[in-house]
Design a binder for this molecule. Structure first.
Ligand code: GLN
Length: 538
């Protein structure tokens, strides 16, 4: 078993998560059992309570962990499910140490960062290891931050143990200075110096740059950073993240890594990736999808939805572009202005009241204009409110989340959520079964009777309204096996009006688009073609 540590320097947001995921997929394609885990330096116990404005989307695993969005990249690239035990934060490490201290486990010792915190980090790194050949550990944050020091110290200690086989890849940034018309290596040199000052010598450098780094510059970096010349690689900006595995492979990173770890490996089978890229590069049409949400000015807030749309594009031979519509704008400008020219509308998950009326107006617009609509979690709850208000005529219909006094609570608090006051880790989280109704769009899209889908919510559809909804043309096409919870509903007579209580985007993959996204994008492309042909015949 081998460890690969990935650290980052110079700047954050270099795409360390994607690079780790791309490397993992290359190793997997060489038949290794690979796993990726993340150590994050922040003091939150997990990202569940963090605003998407701060940290992008919260990714949820099958077993109900609320994690960093990088775990989404890991899953999408490796096509394997991450687990609770695949990520940890400093907050969780400290909370473990403190609870041991309270229990008296340290037998009166003075608790210190070294050795108590570093031992806790090492025990995470060594915990829950099954039969993996290679485990990649991505260290969040940037070398030089105070918060990441204990992680780096733990790694230094692990790498000092000669019995453990490991490699360390340091990802840095090579900025381009336009005034000098030059790529600059100094920040990388300094970042490696910083790493070496805490006792860590990287084996590999992966240099992120906006333009290709000439080979003489790569050699210079190698010399100044004391890394072998053939172990400095570049990660140049790509037009799709799914091109990164092949870009790294073409430079020989995976081969060099297995050589360095001294393990024999067969050559990788990358046919699937070549075919994904072939389809990505040759779309037959362009589709425009609007995401009407609350966190639309932060690029990473809807990461998994964006990716799921790319996957659905790959499987429908379409290039899907996303237009973000701030839900508040829909009230001011009107849905026909905000949604002009789009081929489909998504209302994603979210929390709190702000923007919800704009989302409801957008849902109404999509319903009345026969525009394909996909509602996800909050989007499903607001679709229920829209249908209740505008089809059933229940004008005061609302969700108890925003209108605790409403007389028509079509969305209400789940039984097990009543009395819950703690915000962290207390929602309905993780994978649950959903039974699909015969001859529904959902059943047709999935092609099976029961599916597992991931959840993250406190509220749910109020089943007392079910019969009234059914009379109005709603099909409850997905329910919990005991039929108590509504998981999917759809509208009869609409090209694609499907709303789900779970988050389908979390399990969509480039090699297998999620059925609901695939069906939605298919309906959007059909709508676009129909529009075109009516224009031609007019
Ligand atoms: N705020 C809603 C709830 O808690 C929806 C959550 C979500 O969209 N993830 O039920």
């Amino acid at each position: 078993m081998h460890f690969v540590f990935i650290t980052g320097g110079v700047a954050s947001s270099l795409g360390k998560g994607i690079a780790s995921a791309a490397l993992a997929t290359l190793l997997k394609s060489r038949n290794f059992r690979v796993r990726i885990r993340k150590l994050d330096p922040y003091l939150n116990v997990d990202p569940g309570t963090m605003s998407p404005y701060q940290h992008g989307e919260v990714y949820v695993t099958d077993d109900g962990a609320e994690t960093d969005l990088d775990l989404g990249h890991y899953e999408r690239f490796t096509n394997q499910s991450a687990k609770q035990t695949d990520s940890i934060s400093s907050g969780k490490i400290y909370s473990n140490v403190l609870s041991k201290e309270r229990k008296g486990d340290y037998l009166g010792a003075t608790i210190q960062v070294i050795p108590h915190v570093t031992n806790e980090i090492k025990s995470f790194i060594n915990s829950d290891i099954k039969n993996e050949d290679i485990i990649i550990y991505e260290i969040g944050g940037t070398v030089g931050d105070i918060e990441s020091l204990p992680f780096l110290e733990a790694i230094r200690q692990i790498r000092n143990n000669k019995k453990i086989s490991s490699a360390l890849i340091h990802m840095t940034y090579i900025p381009y200075l336009s005034s000098a018309d030059e790529l600059k290596t100094k920040p990388t040199q300094h970042s490696v110096k910083e790493l070496r000052s805490i006792g860590i010598q990287p084996d590999f450098l992966l240099c992120r740059a906006e333009r290709e780094i000439p080979s003489d510059l790569l050699r210079k970096i190698a010399v100044f950073c004391n890394v072998p010349g053939d172990q400095v690689f570049q990660a140049v900006d790509m037009d799709s993240i799914y091109k990164i595995p092949l870009m790294l492979h073409q430079q020989g990173l995976d081969q060099s890594l297995v050589d360095n770890l001294n393990i024999w490996a067969r050559s990788p089978d990358l046919r699937e990736w070549y075919s994904i890229i072939e389809r990505l590069d040759h779309p037959k049409q362009n589709i425009k999808i609007a995401i009407v949400g609350k966190y639309t000015d932060v690029v990473d807030s809807y990461k998994s939805i964006e990716e799921a749309l790319v996957h659905a594009g790959i499987s429908n031979e379409a290039a899907v572009s996303v237009v973000y519509v701030a839900a508040q704008d829909v009230i001011a400008k009107g849905p026909s202005v905000c949604l002009e020219g789009v081929d489909g509308v998504i209302v994603p998950g979210g929390f709190g009241e702000r923007g919800t009326e704009g989302m409801i107006r957008s849902i109404e617009f999509a319903r009345c204009q026969n525009l394909p609509f996909l509602g996800i979690c909050l989007g499903m709850q607001l679709a229920s409110v829209e249908v209740a208000r505008n089809i059933l005529g229940l004008h005061t219909a609302d969700s108890l989340e925003f209108a605790p006094e409403t007389t028509e609570p079509v969305i209400f608090l789940m039984e097990e959520q009543k009395g819950v006051t703690n915000k962290g880790g207390t929602m309905r989280l993780g994978s649950y079964p959903c039974v699909l109704a015969k001859s529904s769009k959902a059943r047709e899209a999935y092609g099976k009777d029961t599916v597992m889908e991931r959840h993250r919510h406190r509220y749910e559809f109020n089943s007392q309204y079910r019969s009234r909804f059914e009379e109005a043309g709603v099909v409850f096409s997905g329910t919990s096996p005991d039929d108590k919870l509504v998981e999917i509903f759809e509208l009869q007579g609409h090209p694609w009006f499907v709303a789900c209580q779970f988050h389908p985007e979390l399990v969509s993959r480039p090699m297998g688009a999620h059925p609901l996204f695939k069906g939605f994008v298919f309906a959007a492309s059909k709508k676009k073609q129909d529009k075109k042909s009516t224009r031609h015949t007019e």
